[in-house]
Design a protein around this ligand. Structure first.
Ligand code: ARG
Length: 467
C-alpha cells in the first residue's frame, strides 16, 4: 500500500522493516482515544476557518463510523499502514475522499500519539482508583468483622508483640490509600493537552489549542511544544505508582502465603481462590497470592524498561518512544487484574483465630509488659530490660511461658513483683494497653476503622462523580 509519507521515497519499504517499525499490533488499543482526539481536532479546524464547517462535519461523521467499524470488526487495521493513526486516516480518506486528507492539517503524529496516551492514562487512573477502592473496602470490612482477634505481631519475622488482626489488615488499607493519592496525583499531571505542538515547533495555522483541550475534558495545554511531544513523565509516573502499589500487593501476597502454610496456619484460602497439585492430592496451593507476588516483578520491569528507554533521548520525538505503549498497557492490565483478584481472595479468606491464639500461648511476646511493669515500680528501663531478659532465658530453659512463674520465682528476679503482674501478661491486656494514637488497642483500631470509612465514602463519591 502507498505510504502516507511516501512522497519522498522512490523504493518500497522492505517487508522486514515494515513489520519491524509497525506499532499497529499494540497501538490499535488506542483507537477510541485517537478518534476522540481527531474529532476534536477536526471541529477546531472547522471553527478556526482552516477547513470549512461542512468538511469538519463530514470528517467527524466519518470518524464516528470508523469507530463503529473497528469496534464491530468490520474494519481491521493492519501493518501496511504502520500505526493506528495512519490506519484511521487512510480509512477516512477511503470513505470520504479528499476531505479526509485534510484532517492531518496543523498536526503531527508526534502530538497525536502523545494526546492519545494522555487520554488513555486518564481513564486508566480512574479504573485503577476504582479497583483500589474496592480492595480498600474489603480490607476495612474484614478488619471490622474481626475486631477482637489477636495474633502475634512480628519484627524480623520473630514474634514481637501481640497485635489485633484488624490492626494488621488496616496497615494495608493505609498503604492503598497512599496508592490512591499517588494515582490521583499522576492523573492530575496527565490532565494536559499536547495537541497543537505538531511535530515539535508549533504550527503556522491559527489553531485553538485550548478549545481542543476543553472539548476533550483536559484542564490545561502544554506551554512548550517541544516538551509536549517529548514528555513521557506522565507514563513513568503512572508506572511508578503502579509499581509501588504492586509492592504493597506483593507483601500482602507473601504474608498470605506464609500464613496459609501449615507452620503458621493463621488463614485458609477459600477453595475458589486456591489451586491443587497435579501429583500431591492433599495440597491446596496459594497460587493467587504467589502470582500477585510474582507479577510485581513484571510491573517494576515495565517501569524500569520505560525509564531506560527515555534516559538518553535528546529532544524531541524519537521512535524509541513507540516502545512506551506496551509497557503502559502491561503495567495497567497487570495491576488492575492483581487488585481485582486480591479483593476476591481477601473477601473469601478464612481467618483462624484459634491458631493465632494458640501461637500466643507459649511465646514471649508479653516480655515488654514485664519490663514496663518494673519501670512502673521505679526501675530504670534499661535495668528492667536486663532483668526481664534473664527471666526469659530462665523460662526458655524450663520451657514455660512467663505467666507460669510463681510469685516466689518472680521475686527472685526482682522484689518489685506483686501478683498484679499476672493480669498484665495476657495477650488481651498487652493489646489493650497499647492505647496510644495509632496503636493496636481496640479503641484505637476502632477509631482507625471509623475514619477509614469516612475516607472511603469521600473517594467513592469522587470517583462516581468522575464517570
Ligand atoms: N507509532 C508512533 C508511536 O507510537 C506514533 C508517532 C510516530 N511519529 C513519527 N514521526 N514516526 O510513537
Amino acid at each position: 500500500m502507498k505510504k502516507a509519507w511516501g512522497g519522498r521515497f522512490a523504493a518500497e519499504t522492505d517487508a522486514r522493516a515494515e513489520k519491524f517499525t509497525a506499532s499497529i499490533g499494540f497501538d490499535k488499543r488506542l483507537f477510541r482515544e485517537d478518534i476522540e482526539g481527531s474529532k476534536a481536532h477536526a471541529m477546531m479546524l472547522g471553527r478556526s476557518g482552516i477547513i470549512s464547517p461542512e468538511e469538519a462535519a463530514q470528517i467527524v461523521q466519518g470518524l464516528d463510523e470508523i469507530k463503529q467499524e473497528i469496534s464491530d470488526g468490520t474494519f481491521v487495521p493492519d501493518a501496511s499502514a504502520e500505526d493506528i493513526h495512519l490506519n484511521i486516516e487512510q480509512r477516512l480518506i477511503a470513505k470520504i475522499g479528499k476531505t479526509g486528507a485534510k484532517l492531518h492539517t496543523a498536526r503531527s503524529r508526534n502530538d497525536q500519539i502523545a494526546l492519545d496516551e494522555h487520554l488513555f492514562v486518564l481513564s486508566a487512573v480512574l479504573e485503577i482508583r476504582k479497583a483500589i477502592l474496592a480492595l480498600r473496602e474489603v480490607l476495612v470490612n474484614r478488619a471490622e468483622e474481626n475486631l477482637g482477634v489477636i495474633m502475634p505481631g512480628y519484627t524480623h519475622l520473630q514474634r514481637a508483640q501481640p497485635v489485633l488482626l484488624s490492626h494488621h489488615l488496616m496497615a494495608y488499607f493505609h498503604m492503598l490509600t497512599r496508592d490512591d493519592e499517588r494515582f490521583k496525583e499522576a492523573g492530575r499531571r496527565a490532565d494536559m493537552s499536547p495537541l497543537g505542538a505538531a511535530a515539535l515547533a508549533g504550527t503556522t495555522y491559527p489553531i485553538d489549542r485550548s478549545w481542543v483541550a476543553t472539548k476533550l475534558g483536559l484542564s490545561r495545554v502544554y506551554e512548550n511544544s517541544m516538551d509536549a511531544v517529548s514528555d513521557r513523565d506522565f507514563i513513568m509516573e503512572f508506572l511508578a505508582a503502579a509499581s509501588i502499589c504492586m509492592i504493597h500487593l506483593s507483601r500482602l501476597g507473601e504474608e498470605l502465603v506464609l500464613w496459609s502454610s501449615e507452620e503458621f496456619g493463621f488463614v485458609e484460602m477459600d477453595d475458589s481462590f486456591a489451586t491443587g497439585s497435579s501429583i500431591m492430592p492433599q495440597k491446596k496451593n496459594p497460587d493467587v497470592a504467589e502470582l500477585i507476588r510474582g507479577k510485581s516483578g513484571r510491573v517494576i520491569g515495565d517501569l524500569v524498561s520505560l525509564l531506560v528507554t527515555m534516559k538518553g533521548l535528546p529532544l524531541a520525538y524519537h521512535s524509541d518512544m513507540q516502545e512506551d505503549k506496551e509497557r503502559l498497557f502491561d503495567g495497567f492490565d497487570t495491576l488492575r487484574a492483581c487488585l481485582q483478584v486480591a479483593a476476591g481472595m481477601l473477601q473469601t479468606l478464612k481467618f483462624k483465630p484459634e491458631r493465632m491464639k494458640e501461637a500466643l500461648k507459649r511465646d514471649y511476646s508479653n516480655a515488654t509488659e514485664v519490663a514496663d511493669y518494673l519501670v512502673s515500680r521505679g526501675m530504670p528501663f534499661r535495668e528492667a530490660h536486663e532483668v526481664t531478659g534473664k527471666m526469659v532465658r530462665y523460662c526458655l530453659e524450663k520451657r514455660m511461658p512467663i505467666g507460669d512463674l510463681s510469685l516466689d520465682e518472680l521475686r527472685r528476679f526482682s522484689p518489685l513483683f506483686d501478683d498484679d503482674i499476672y493480669g498484665l501478661l495476657t495477650p488481651e491486656a498487652c493489646v489493650a494497653r497499647r492505647n496510644t494514637l495509632g496503636g493496636t488497642a481496640p479503641e484505637q483500631v476502632r477509631e482507625q476503622i471509623r475514619t477509614a470509612k469516612e475516607l472511603l465514602s469521600q473517594t467513592r463519591s469522587e470517583l462516581l462523580q468522575d464517570v
